[in-house]
Write a protein of this length. Sequence first.
Length: 127
Amino acid sequence: MFLFYAAILCIVLRTEFKTAQIGQIMAAANQLLVFLAMMVNSINDTQYQFFAVSRVLHYIITTPRERRDFSVEMPRRNGRPNFEDGKIDLKDVDMAYDPMKGLVLKKLSVNFAGQEKIGIVGVESLL
């Protein structure tokens, strides 16, 4: 739209400008449009980074602390965690990327057997 108005201005005032000046006006309008687009993209990236930081902060604040009175010692081999059977059991997992937008996982319960390969597919990503 910005280039359109610059072109209309050049057409209306064509008797006042030389051809080279019209070219300079259109080139400057195009450069300004590109600069504005880059600025909007940069603002969106910055906003996304702020949301990412706020999500991490939200998880730090809202994630309940593990009760130490019933924790089982993690089995280790050579100083690394070692689970013989390798199974994973999730029960009633709730998750949200953005606390303001609601949950993306609601009461998810799933069991994965040891050595089983899984893939998680979402609308915008693939894990």
